[in-house]
Design a protein around this ligand. Structure first.
Ligand code: SAM
Length: 326
């Protein structure tokens, strides 16, 4: 499928580059936390819950020996999850130079958080804009991948149609037929609903705040202009940068153009309620300590953190075509 038109006007090229740079600089500047700093974070249980959700996705969809592409891999917080799934090879790509450096350090086992054996799989880390670069040109020797993951980052591609298309084109070109694409991103339905419920142009609680510009004062979002709907997202101790609304029905339609078919989409609340019923995942939740039961002074997710988790959804897509015969 070609890039370009279809849904109307595009932002100026330099504007979208500036926005991508702002996001990259924000994440690059975030330094690695010590274990103590992490445990004292006001959103520590939310971070643990997010890790549980990502672990469940990895455990459900990764197979031993898989070749993994982690788009917007950040500081490599998911390396351990992939190691537990016994994957065979890992490629991580992120736009933030600082994050890729931290990811490298974590992979090499040099941080004070890493009193563990080295990872059992070889890895390649690349600093690039996943939504602009034709990644298949860089990764032709590593492809095809069995599984692609894009955690808490797909929405950064939705600033323009061209970027959203490039993101999906990359994933489609690099996945093998039958390969899986797993991810997490903000749930546009919840965000728009919350915006419409408030009189102001912003909403939030003690740990997060979402602010829309006055250009959206009517709180109408015409279907003819589904890209570039920007808001400012602030999450205590985590995020402070521009993000873009991803209308999920359009994400699904656009993905289909790139031979990626929807397998699953669940808001985080539904995801937690469903997978917590499974003993192995309930056990993992206990071990991660995201939802303490309040006994023996064990702390648990606050109501405000639980509200933040409602702002997100998890999705799974599958690349069309039969898997190659063994
Ligand atoms: N996936 C990691 C995780 O779950 O821990 C990091 C998530 S963090 C919320 C979002 C990440 O997206 C950041 O590391 C940021 O640098 C990355 N990112 C944003 N825009 C990107 C782009 N255009 N290309 C590659 N990475 C991008």
């Amino acid at each position: 499928p070609g890039g370009g038109g279809g849904y109307g006007g595009q932002q100026a090229y330099s504007e979208e580059r500036k926005s991508a740079r702002r996001v990259a600089d924000h994440y690059s500047a975030r330094s690695n936390q010590t274990l103590e700093e992490r445990e004292n974070s006001p959103i520590i249980h939310l971070k643990k819950l997010n890790n549980w959700i990502k672990s469940v996705l990895v455990q459900l969809y990764a197979r031993p020996g898989d070749c993994v592409l982690d788009l917007a891999c950040g500081k490599g917080g998911d390396l351990i999850k992939w190691d537990k799934a016994k994957v065979g090879y890992y490629v991580g790509v992120d736009i933030a130079e600082g994050s890729i450096k931290d990811c490298m350090t974590r992979y090499n086992g040099d941080t004070d958080q890493q009193r563990r054996k080295k990872f059992s799989f070889p890895a390649r880390l690349i600093c690039a804009d996943c939504y602009e670069t034709h990644l298949d040109e860089y990764l032709s020797e590593d492809a095809p991948f069995d599984i692609c993951s894009c955690q808490f980052a797909m929405h950064y591609s939705w600033s323009t149609e061209a970027r959203a298309r490039q993101a999906l084109a990359n994933i489609s070109a690099l996945l093998r037929p039958g390969g899986t694409f797993i991810g997490t991103m903000p749930d546009a339905n919840v965000i728009i609903k919350r915006l419409r419920e408030t009189e102001a142009m912003e909403f939030g609680n003690s740990v997060y705040c979402i602010t829309f510009g006055e250009e959206y004062a009517e709180k109408k979002f015409p279907a003819s202009r589904p890209f570039g709907i920007k808001y400012k997202f602030h999450l205590e101790d985590a995020v402070d940068c521009p993000e873009w609304v991803v209308p999920f029905h359009l994400f699904k339609l656009l993905a289909e153009e790139y031979d990626l078919e929807l397998v699953l989409m669940k808001n985080f609340h539904e995801f937690v309620n469903e997978y917590l019923q499974k003993p192995e995942f309930a056990d993992l939740m206990r071990r991660l300590g995201a939802l303490g039961d309040g006994r023996q002074g064990q702390s648990t997710l606050s109501q405000d953190e639980w509200e933040v988790s409602y702002l997100y959804l998890a999705f799974v897509l599958r690349k069309r075509g039969p898997p190659p015969s063994q």
